[in-house]
Design a protein. Structure first.
Length: 446
């Protein structure tokens, strides 16, 4: 389903195993599946096993392409190959969808896109695609990670005003150019007409020239600010000022503004999706250990009191050994559903690791945590689990800042209480009341 969602962004998609053999392709024209990819881009993707964007090259379909790849790992972390999407640089592609097809412009303005080595990957003149223009001054600035504007001379010897910006996530640069003569002629015309006006209007003329100059420079400065936000990873909507389409005096400013708006929209959506995925446990749907650590660090900075209920399924290894890991996974999901059902609004249920789970109670104390822990434990004893009989829990409770000045110490205290619950025979709740684990007060269900 995720590959189908990505289909509109690429001309083709391919699934490649760890040997470089194509196992599936879309569109499936019958001659790609079964081939072993031998391009440098494919070899690099297999060797580095990380997300990559290749340089332009001629693929097995004899097209000039750019390969975008993402590694695939199974649930055990074993590398299984990669999924890749290709952009056919000489055909209609996502760059044209984002940037738009350039129609002929009477003033000679146009824009193009280069990769991090100065190879052209998008140009209104398709015969230029694949050319290396690293000698171009604006392109050289982009290759150094810089954005801005300057006056250059293009390959036809025409002086041009160039504005350029870099997209940090893929290290591509967007350069748009307008003939210097177009801008200077416009300014000279304004000056000539205003010179005919009587002397009292000379001051007004100066103010207008300053205003026009500011208007011309503003969109480039504005885009540079947004590019710097992208460079810092600030793609979240609440951290980035609202982008609106504005019509400027020059052609490429409008096109760049439109491209940046689309880029922020796409990257913002992608960032939100990845952030949610990064903080969610794939098996249970609860928050994961990364979210747990991040939340406790935030609460510690705010010095916010909270209670921790650390719990562990009793004899879970025997469940896996007797009923198999699939049933074991069902038991974990069963417990996760129970935690979500019993927790208060505002509490956080997390999978701590393996068969260990944790509940975080903001502004909660030990008494409240004990009542909730017992309700969960007793309820679990009375309910049939996916293995046909009830399962039991051992639970340990600690609180911040009562049991320690840091999150790490509080979690350690909860772990000591959990260990004591195991020692006392399991299926019970222990509240940490100080000491090294041997002097703990034990609360048992009546």
């Amino acid at each position: 389903m995720r590959a189908e969602a990505a289909r509109p962004f690429f001309n083709s998609l391919a699934l490649t195993d760890e040997t470089g053999k194509v196992t599936a392709a879309s569109p499936d024209n019958g001659d790609l599946v079964g081939q072993v990819l031998k391009s440098n881009a494919s070899k690099q993707a297999l060797a580095e096993r990380k997300p990559l964007v290749s340089e332009p090259y001629v693929g097995v379909t004899n097209r000039m392409i750019v390969l975008v790849s993402e590694p695939i790992f199974d649930k055990d972390g074993t590398y299984r190959g990669f999924i890749s999407g290709t952009l056919y640089l000489h055909d209609d592609n996502v760059l044209q969808k984002i940037l738009g097809k350039q129609e002929s412009n009477l003033n000679g303005s146009y824009y193009y896109v280069v990769d991090h080595r100065g190879n052209i990957i998008y140009h209104p003149d398709k015969s230029r695609i694949g050319d290396n223009v690293a000698s171009n001054q604006a392109v050289a600035e982009i290759m150094e990670g810089k954005g801005g504007h300057m006056e250059i001379v293009n390959t036809k010897g025409i002086p041009m005003l160039a504005g350029y910006a870099i997209v940090p996530s893929v290290q591509w640069g967007i350069i748009s150019q307008t003939p210097t003569a177009t801008v200077t002629e416009s300014v000279r015309g304004i000056v000539a007409r205003m010179a005919l006006v009587s002397m009292p209007f000379i001051l007004l003329l100066a103010l207008l020239v300053i205003g026009v100059s500011h208007r011309l420079a503003f969109p480039l400065r504005r885009l540079a600010v947004y590019a710097s936000l992208l460079n810092k990873g600030e793609t979240e909507r609440e951290k980035v000022p609202a982008l609106r389409m504005r019509h400027h005096l020059i052609y490429e400013a409008n096109e760049l503004n439109r491209a940046v708006i689309d880029a922020f929209r796409v990257m913002g959506d992608r960032t939100e999706a990845l952030s949610l995925e990064a903080h969610t446990d794939a098996l249970t749907g609860l928050h994961n250990r990364r979210f747990f650590d991040s939340l406790l660090a935030s609460w510690e900075r705010q010095q916010m009191p909270y209670a921790v209920i650390l719990m562990d399924l009793d004899r879970f290894k025997s469940v896996n050994d007797t009923f198999g890991h699939l049933k074991g996974d069902e038991v974990l999901r069963f417990l996760a559903a129970r935690l979500n059902a019993d927790r208060r609004d505002g509490d956080y249920a997390c999978r701590y690791g393996g068969e260990e789970f944790v509940l975080l109670l903001p502004f909660g104390d030990k008494e409240l945590a004990y009542e909730l822990a017992e309700r969960i434990r007793v309820g679990l004893m009375a309910e049939e689990s996916p293995i046909g009989r009830p399962v039991t829990l051992s639970l340990g409770i600690a609180a911040y800042p009562l049991d320690g000045p840091s999150a790490a110490e509080v979690v350690h205290c909860a772990d000591l209480a959990l260990y004591r619950a195991k020692e006392e025979g399991r299926n019970r709740t222990v509240v940490y009341m100080g000491g090294d684990g041997k002097r703990l007060i034990i609360f048992l269900a009546l």
